[in-house]
Design a protein around this ligand. Structure first.
Ligand code: TRP
Length: 450
């Protein structure tokens, strides 16, 4: 008997819903803080060109592969892989690729919600004027106090996680679909206001210099790995999210145009985020720094010392929280669909079970800044850093690689051969994407072990 060709989760009626929900998942902490900074530090324009190359040659082909797997089967990542492996006469073990993808999403969600919780805490603080006329020292104190106070962290993290659970619990149309329609335009609006503000009060030319100067000397082998890794992270691939979303995509949709559109929106958002952040940072004479600490130290200081700073600072952290929320729902969804379709667990119960699991896991991340500060999982890494490193450097490229091999070499793809860009896509997957991911995977692994 032929399987019924529709997911148990329902489907989006319009292509634009897929576009918005996927863009929401792609636009996240990666775009707002990480991209502008790594671009600036790794040669600016030269790095952006390299990143563009990574998106085109690795990101987009894998993004398409993930979407096709979901769209063809209309099932959760595990069942989808299982069905396609069976059709191609391949081992059922391929379904583990789907399973590991879903689990990686949950691991990432556990520390993602912690950072989002910091964002929420800062939103409240900024609004109340806590950063008004404060210097770096005082603001760093606020951050250190937050990190040493698991209860404060827990409060905001739990609130954020509950919102994520609520959205996913509402289902594919009323939850994920509506969230995309509301949050993506909202993010564009907030970013637009922030750029206008930065433009009028900040040092735009220093920001443009920092981000777009063409400094090939700052490029090295490591920048290449950074660009490739970030392409994965920023496009939200390697965690089953795009398989799940592909399953909800309307039947007659041009996958290449959708994927191309999401990738472009993601890149533009990242560049414009840089043009909102750096003018303010430079105008305050602060250094464009690195990592989560600086988003939570330099930027509040900069806002706190500018006109309307409390309000604009709150707006910035609101943007961070909305961006994190629209990404976080995509991290939870694949596993929820999996429990529902394979184990028959109703969506609300699945959301609750996985929410509790993620919450427990995130306790470990939160305690790794205080009570468990001295616990090292592997050399020098605390629990938070370990979970981040494990998912970003090992699980994510691992899933990406396996998927590229499966779709490029194993799956029966001839039925797509009449589609536009088919030959180019398969050729890239086979001869460019697969070896490129293998290289980052092995290098990351060596770095991890060394
Ligand atoms: N793309 C998100 C960002 O830029 C983070 C992310 C990575 C993600 N993988 C994901 C979001 C999978 C949703 C699903 O911050």
């Amino acid at each position: 008997m032929k399987r019924q060709a529709s997911s148990d989760q329902g489907m989006w009626r319009r292509q634009i819903t897929f576009l918005l929900a996927s863009s929401g998942s792609a636009i996240g902490l990666g775009n707002i803080w990480k991209f502008p900074y790594i671009a600036g530090e790794n040669g600016g324009g030269a790095f952006i060109l390299m990143y563009l190359l990574c998106i085109t040659l690795v990101g987009i082909p894998i993004y398409m592969a993930e979407t096709v797997v979901g769209h063809e089967t209309r099932r959760n990542p595990v069942t989808a892989m299982s069905i396609l492996a069976k059709q191609a006469g391949q081992s059922q073990r391929w379904r583990w690729v789907g399973g590991v993808a879903c689990l990686t999403g949950l691991i990432v969600l556990s520390y993602f919600t912690v950072v989002a919780g910091w964002g929420l805490h800062y939103l409240v603080n900024a609004f109340e004027g806590a950063f008004q006329n404060e210097g770096s020292y005082a603001v760093r104190g606020i951050f250190i106090d937050l990190l040493s106070d698991p209860v404060a962290m827990l409060r905001y993290q739990s609130l954020f996680l509950m919102t994520v659970m609520l959205v996913v619990g509402l289902g594919v149309r009323a939850g994920l679909g509506v969230a995309g329609h509301v949050m993506v335009p909202l993010m564009l609006l907030m970013l637009g206001l922030l750029i206008a503000y930065s433009h009028s009060l900040g040092d735009m030319s220093a920001a443009i210099d920092f981000m777009f100067s063409f400094d090939t000397d700052a490029l090295n082998w490591n920048s290449f790995l950074v660009a490739l890794g970030h392409a994965f992270f920023s496009l939200s691939i390697g965690m089953g999210a795009m398989m799940a979303y592909g399953a909800y995509m309307p039947k007659r949709t041009s996958i290449p145009s959708m994927v191309f559109a999401v990738a472009s929106i993601d890149l533009l958002f990242a560049m414009f985020a840089g043009l909102a952040i750096f003018p303010i940072v430079f105008a305050s004479g602060l250094a464009p720094g690195e990592g989560p600490g600086l988003m939570f130290v330099s930027l509040p200081v900069a806002f706190g010392n500018m006109l309307y700073g409390s309000f604009m600072g709150a707006l910035f952290f609101a943007l961070v929280v909305v961006a994190a929320l629209s990404s976080a729902v995509a991290l939870l969804e694949p596993a929820v669909a999996w429990l529902n379709e394979r184990r028959g667990i109703p969506r609300p119960i699945g959301v609750l079970l996985l929410g509790v699991l993620v919450w427990l896991l995130s306790l470990m991340s939160m305690f790794s800044f205080n009570a468990l500060q001295h616990v090292e999982v592997v050399s020098g890494l605390n629990i938070f850093e370990f979970l981040d490193g494990l998912s970003a450097n090992v699980l994510l490229p691992g899933v990406g690689f396996a998927l590229a091999v499966f779709v490029g070499w194993r799956m029966d793809v001839q039925k797509f051969s009449h589609r536009r860009f088919f030959s180019l896509w398969i050729w890239l997957l086979r001869y460019v994407t697969t070896p490129a991911v293998l290289v980052i995977f092995v290098t990351a692994l060596i770095q991890h072990v060394a």
